[in-house]
Design a protein around this ligand. Structure first.
Ligand code: NAG
Ligand code: CA
Length: 148
């Protein structure tokens, strides 16, 4: 009985610590609800495509160290040199946020920060994955079959 309890507790801990990985349509509907469809002229497909290639929809994704020593955090891989503070090295902290806020399951703040990023002159070119995999492509597949 005691062993079972320990196992149950362990299982619960694992479940709590498990990264939330969004489903494609689940993310599409949340992004739409948060006003990302057409935000700054970018269709929903752009945002979903970017999140997929940046993080595979994994809210806990932390990128490897960049050449400038910064890291990228969360579903949109938000950068610590410019947008959030991870307590290591220089940051402009444009989103006025701790980077750890971008690796939890609640992506409301991540979305707010992505909106801030795309308001900068380089717009979605800020995301390398967008430039490489999404820019100028037919993005209809990213929202296909989703009830939006
Ligand atoms: C998610 O985070 C936002 C602030 O970033 C907060 O307002 C909201 O209540 C949070 N939602 C949940 C379910 O915790
Ligand atoms: Ca968050």
């Amino acid at each position: 009985m005691k062993g079972l309890l320990v196992i149950s507790l362990l299982y619960l801990l694992v479940a709590v610590n498990e990264a939330k990985v969004f489903g494609r349509c689940e993310l599409a509907s949340l992004l739409k609800r948060k006003g990302m469809s057409g935000y700054r002229g970018y269709s929903l497909g752009n945002w979903i495509c970017t999140a997929y290639y940046e993080s595979r929809f994994n809210t806990r994704a932390v990128g490897p160290r960049n050449s400038d020593g910064s890291r990228d955090y969360g579903i949109f891989q938000i950068n610590s040199r410019w947008w959030c503070s991870n307590g290591q090295g220089r940051t402009a902290n444009g989103c006025r946020s701790s980077c750890s806020a971008f690796i939890n399951d609640n992506i409301t703040d991540d979305i707010q920060c992505a909106k801030r990023i795309v308001r900068d002159p380089q717009r979605m070119n800020a995301w390398v994955a967008w430039v490489k995999h999404c820019k100028g492509k037919d993005l209809s597949r990213w929202t296909r079959g989703c009830k939006l």
